[in-house]
Design a protein around this ligand. Structure first.
Ligand code: DC
Length: 224
């Protein structure tokens, strides 16, 4: 099996690039952020929303014994199910992005999702995107890529993506949320976002979509 670990901050193009590269390579694309989003959504639905509260961590941890998160592939596209319900669309809402980032800082949540991610890579050729894939989830991945771009460029892309989906927002808000989430994701104690020592850096600030996909495909083929 070949595993490609693709990590990076919000809006670096991880999911769009990984999805297309996986398609061209015949690999399965796994979006691990969706799993944290599903947990964030469940917590929000149960009314556990105050991320600043002292008991937030304990309350979320207590929910883990009842949460059922699954990944299913439908026509090559990843769908995420929460308690049997397809939540693939709902988890993309901006407030769920923030909730995902908050729950992802809780060690018990990371532990809860770890084996699920590793199981997929055991049975399939994968491109897996996230924050700690190269450092924690798949430390022996044949290829590790850290994909990034300047914050304003990432925020612009994210903003345009949300507008296209009809989500009402403004650029400054998107940029502020992105900076906050990146700060939170890279400063937590457990499995923070950081580039693995043996990762290849891919800066997409000046690289278009096609260029980034080609680079990932080329790097992967060299490892197969
Ligand atoms: O990739 P994303 O934006 O969908 O991820 C949502 C949140 O989940 C992100 O802010 C941090 C967290 N996350 C994580 O901690 N580890 C991963 N492997 C993937 C996502």
């Amino acid at each position: 099996m070949t595993a490609v670990a693709l990590d990076g901050p919000v809006g670096a193009g991880k999911s769009t690039v990984a999805r297309e590269a996986a398609k061209r390579l015949g690999f399965i694309y796994v979006d691990t952020g969706a799993l944290y989003r599903a947990v964030g959504l469940y917590a929000a639905r149960q009314g556990v929303k105050d991320e600043k509260a002292d008991d937030y961590k304990d309350k979320v941890t207590a929910l883990l014994s009842e949460i059922k998160v699954e990944i299913k592939l439908e026509n090559g596209l990843q769908k995420v199910f929460l308690q049997g319900e397809d939540v693939s669309e709902e988890i993309r809402l901006p407030e769920i992005s923030m909730a995902a980032s908050a729950v992802s800082a809780i060690p018990a949540v990371r532990e809860f999702l770890l084996e699920l991610q590793r199981d997929i890579a055991r049975e399939n050729n994968v491109i897996m995107d996230g924050r700690d894939i190269g450092t924690v989830v798949l430390p022996k991945a044949q290829l590790k890529i850290f994909i990034t771009a300047q914050p304003e460029i990432r925020a612009r892309r994210r903003f345009e993506e949300l507008v296209k989906k009809g989500v009402e927002t403004d650029f400054e808000q998107v940029l502020a949320d992105l900076n906050r989430r990146d700060y939170q994701d890279s400063h937590r104690a457990t499995a923070p976002l950081k580039m693995a020592e043996d990762a290849v850096l891919l800066d997409t600030s000046e690289l278009d979509f096609e260029g980034a996909v080609n680079k990932v495909v080329e790097l992967t083929k060299a490892k197969m």
